[in-house]
Design a protein around this ligand. Structure first.
Ligand code: ADQ
Length: 455
């Protein structure tokens, strides 16, 4: 088999055991560990001069090749266009999108720099697997460098409907750039359909089976829902069973029921709406007062992007308001922690809880929903309350309690149902969901994508 080169915005040379917040990193690292290869991306450092000489660090069978970005690259490519326009728009928050032509120029330039680097690294038989919205123009830039390798692209976040996408002034260029890949993969059928809709409506594209023809280009499109390794997660969830932190959490609960939520602190994750739903539960179902605690773990991310500072303030104020209203001398209803935890500890928190509350307003997939189920003990499993707008809903809707995060009362009712669910029902739902997770695990995601790229 030919060599695999993975390209993503950030590269994480993670040593075993160190925590990593972010689903892409978890998925890619795991995929590369099995195949070996090169992982190319930004080092996370800022340098004075643009650089195309990568630093390579080899860990096991993976070469981590990184370059720094300049402050100007960071402002335009990363903060400006990727996280100031693409992220909000693709998550349907066009109100937060801040387009600026200079940022777009910077976005394309950084992609060209990555392509120049690839031209020096890649052998003609290497397969390139490009990840996520930061790198949409990369295949086009590679073709301009004369690379005609197989190049696949996987989008970890949702693909918006054409009318939403068209709010980005350079929408046409972006979709035409995607057509320079050989394979474009999405998390769900719905995302794939949105992309095909744009191509057929606005670019005279024609779809036959899974092949999309746009002008001269014939590309394969499809959905490749990312998974986890459920049995590894289960093992992890048992590893911290005797840790001090888990003991401390349990001691603080004093035998109350535990609802757990874990997310990056991001406006797409529906955190404020979730706190409001918990407040509504305490208001409308008084039997839960003093009997249940919501633990929200949310490490800050992208603090220099405007929408993120705002969500942080909103959440702090919501937690303060709700706790002010309900707290008793021996009970704090919401425990909100602005930090990241080691993976096995997180999974042990999941295992110790009765409900996993995963309610994004939009999410490509949401791996926390899958990790939550995999962490449960088979003889006394917790219940997943899941937003219908998470990509994971497509696979998990039959075992989770499905809620619409725009409906506070419905979320409160979902929580009430989950907290009261009898053991038999919980087991049945859990067993079904474990089958789903095993049938489409992380290896299958990688094998299906790379298999289709190869063929
Ligand atoms: P994210 O938006 O980062 O990923 P998600 O899929 O939930 O969202 O992945 C988060 C990962 O980070 C999980 O593995 C989780 O356990 C871990 N994590 C989160 N908070 C943590 C904390 N406080 N401490 C330690 N670890 C933490 C993007 C898309 C998703 C898509 C993934 C993968 O936005 O929709 O599911 O990529 O494709």
């Amino acid at each position: 088999m030919s060599r695999l080169i993975v390209v993503s915005n950030r590269v994480a040379p993670i040593t075993e055991g160190k925590s990593t917040a972010g689903g892409l990193v978890v998925g890619v690292l795991d995929a590369l560990r099995e195949t070996g290869g090169i992982w190319l991306g930004w080092s996370g450092d800022i340098s004075g001069e643009p650089s195309t000489a990568p630093v390579t660090e080899t860990v096991d069978n993976i070469d981590f090749c990184t370059i720094p970005l300049t402050q100007r690259d960071y402002d335009r490519y990363y903060r400006g266009f990727s996280n100031g326009v693409l992220w909000p728009t693709f998550h349907y928050r066009i109100d937060l999108s801040q387009y600026n032509g200079e940022d777009y120029k910077g976005y394309v330039e950084v992609n060209q720099r990555f392509a120049a680097l690839l031209a020096t690294l890649a052998q003609p038989t290497d397969r390139l697997w490009v990840h996520d919205y930061h790198l949409i123009p990369l295949a086009q830039a590679c073709r301009e460098q004369g690379l005609d390798n197989r190049i696949g692209f996987f989008l970890h976040i949702p693909f918006p409907s054409p009318s939403v996408l068209r709010t980005i002034p350079r929408h046409r260029e972006l979709v035409l750039a995607l057509c320079q890949y050989d394979l474009v993969g999405f998390q769900t059928q719905g995302d794939t359909q949105a992309f095909v809709d744009y191509a057929t409506r606005h670019l005279d594209g024609v779809l036959e089976g899974d092949i999309l023809q746009v002008g001269e280009r014939r590309i394969r499109v499809g959905s490749y829902p990312i998974g986890i390794h459920p049995d590894q997660v289960k093992t992890l969830s048992k590893q911290s069973a005797r840790s001090k932190q888990l003991d401390a959490l349990k001691a603080g609960l004093q035998h109350r029921k535990l609802i757990v939520s874990v997310d990056r602190l991001d406006y797409s994750k529906g955190l404020v709406q979730r706190f409001d739903a918990f407040d509504c539960l305490l208001e409308t179902a008084p039997q839960h007062r003093g009997k249940v605690t919501l633990v929200q773990i949310a490490p800050p991310s992208r603090q220099d992007v405007q929408g993120y500072r705002q969500i942080r303030r909103q959440l702090e104020s919501a937690a303060g308001r709700i706790n002010g209203k309900w707290t008793e001398l021996s009970w704090t209803p919401i425990r909100y922690m602005n930090r990241s935890y080691e993976r096995s500890l997180l999974m042990s928190f999941f295992r110790a809880s009765q409900v996993g509350l995963v309610t994004p307003m939009r999410d490509g997939m949401n791996l926390v929903a899958k990790e939550y189920i995999a962490s449960q003990p088979a003889d006394d499993p917790g219940v997943l309350v899941l937003s219908e707008f998470a990509g994971a809903a497509a696979e998990m809707q039959d075992g989770a309690i499905m809620v619409n995060p725009f409906d506070t009362k419905a979320m409160a009712d979902g929580l009430d149902l989950a907290l009261r669910m009898p053991l038999q029902q919980r087991k049945k739902r859990y067993e079904h969901l474990m089958e789903v997770l095993r049938a489409n695990d992380l290896s299958r995601w990688r094998d299906r994508f790379l298999g289709d790229l190869e063929s």
